[in-house]
Design a protein around this ligand. Sequence first.
Ligand code: ADP
Length: 779
Amino acid sequence: MKSWCLLLVLTLIQSVGLGQNTLTLISHDREINLNNYLYAYVDTSSALTVEEVMALPAKSFKPIPKTGLRTNVTKDVIWVKLTVSNPHNTRADVIIDFIDPSLEHIELFKFTESGLLKYATGTGLNPRDKSVFTNRNSFLIDFPRRQTTQIYFKVTSLNYMTISARLLDDGHALEENMEERTFLGMFYGAILILMVFNLLLAAITRMRLFFIYGLYILSIAIFTGAADGFTPFYLHFLIVWTDGYQDMLTAAFSNILGLLFMLEFLEVRTWSKSLFKIVTVFAALVGVSILGLFFTIPSYGFPLLNLYGIVGLVLMITGGVLGTVRKIPQGVYYLLAYILFGVFIVVFILNLLRVIEYTFLVQYSIHLGYISSIIILSYGLGVRIYKLYKSDLLREQEKQHLIEQQRKELEVKVEERTRDILIKETNLRAILENTDSAIWLIDEQYQLIDYNNVFSRLCNEVYGTSPARNQLVLDITPLSAEKKRWKERYNEALQGKGGIFIDQNKISGQVHHFEIYTFPIDSGGQITGVSVFARDITIRVNALDQLKSQNKALQKVNKELDSFVYSASHDLKAPLASIAGLISLVRREEDLQSRQEYYDMVERSISRLDQFISDIIDYSRNARLDKEAEPVKFEETIREVFNDLAYMTDTRDIEKNISVTQNVIFKTDPTRLKVIFRNLISNAIKYGCSHEGNNRIDVSCDVSARKAMIKIQDYGPGISEVHRRKIFDMFYRADENGTGTGLGLYIVKETVEKLGGKIKLETEEGEGSTFIVEIPNAT
Ligand code: ADP
């Protein structure tokens, strides 16, 4: 494109022929405000052709204000006339730009001296037209050299219009075009991001604040779009639908949303009920009145909206001031946002009032006001979210801190308690362990809760098992009878009835006696288990037994002593008395024969005494002396006894049958053995062979490694049943007239028992007697 880069200098020259200002291109300049050269004619019929307009008298065209011609929404056609003179020798290419991009349609008619009428719509002469918005309000025009050119613009727009134009060189136009594109690109980019961001936040957080804010930003985009051409181009249907009054609706809508946003953002309800009411009522008033006007006299809406805008702004700034004063979070951001917005609105209103010119700043004042306020508010929102997050974080940290503190306190407490419990446990353990009783505790399921070492040792000794905690206590014993017994004891204790029991158990083959106590474990009125104490009382029981047997022995000794004293006095006195009597008889007796008889009688008495004393010695020896264990030969012993007793058998012919079977070494006390044989054999001679014909004595001895079975049998009168049971008693004589001491069988029995053996009598009256003695081998 041919560059027209000469600078133009504006000079006002009164065009004589037209009586109107003609623009003379004198020098080089980059930009000229054309408002001083523009003349407008309003065709209310909208039907005039360009020719008819050209034919109109010059005074029909009125100069437009320096700040531009502002119209309400109208269906009128506005014809704008411009006269340009090019005194130079070169053709001048310039760009005429109508500043208001919301102008929807401009047709251009060019009339030169050659009469050539050229016309073009603002289809734009690429790339200088604002094709990005397709608002065809920029025109590249060539002015022929040394000519004055008449230009008519036919402007129609179903919107508020500001007719204000500039003349630019193409380089400057391109530059400005780029600037505008960049500005609007950034503006709508920011708007879109903020809107989507807030709507997404609303969807995520379900907070009304973000939703209102998102809608507010959207309404602002539509409102500003009306001023920069976005809305007519992209939302043309809106203009058609609102009959050109879409500005009114979107401005009202954004006003209401802005106020609602304030209520949410500053949480007005929480600190000023009256402001909240005022704002709510006002927002409702804006909505109702604008809607009402829209359907009645929409043209009144615009000034009313201006009024509402100012009141709304005052309310917002008031909210901001009060919020700031009351230190409402983010109040200061709100105040700042709307002060800034207010400044731009003032700029916009000043233009409306034609106080200032329609410039780039004026053109985009609403944009700038909104975007700056939105950025500040968004920043404020961000700060608020951050503070919320931070306070949440702080709260969380405090909570964590508190929890940590509580945890530490708890730990200390637990530690203290654990220490206490450990000390108690140690003390209890000491009590448990420093006793000779077995102690164990079970729960309601018969499970071992605890036990001491004694219990553990006893389980090992009695059952050969080691107990373990939580094991079933009934499993310790393998015996089902014991299991049953213990289960009954536990059940009784679990029902609150403790008990005392005595048990016998074998440990290493020896019977041990245990005294057992069961106690219910009462945990706060509820029985939760059983504690058992078992004490080995074997020593006590044995001592008791021993005491009993000692008592018995003492009783026996007493009895024996009694009878001994009685018998001794009798048995000692009787022979002595008879000896004394016989001696006095002997003194008086002259006859030698008789004397001899008396001496014989004295001798017999002495021999009885002797026998008695021997028996007493035997008895005493047996009772007193410890037993010995020496090898004995039974046959020899029996024969020795018969020899010793030869004085008894001399006068009689006794048949002695001795039968001994001894193939082993047999140890016993030989003296005691002899006492046994001597007494039994002497009795057999004395009583068993007392009658004629009964002179046989059988002595048999069957010796094995374990014991010796001795039988001494006679075939005498036997022993009647009445005596049978008593003949082993001390001083008992079956025959009162007998010469015996009544000690023989008693000594035999005592001696046999001392040797660990047994004695038995088999006898029938008239059939003889058999004494059977069994003696264990002492090896
Ligand atoms: P004693 O010194 O009187 O013989 P013992 O204790 O030896 O005392 O005997 C008790 C009594 O038993 C005798 O008095 C006698 O009557 C009776 N007795 C003992 N052995 C026999 C026997 N083999 N046959 C019949 N009676 C006997």
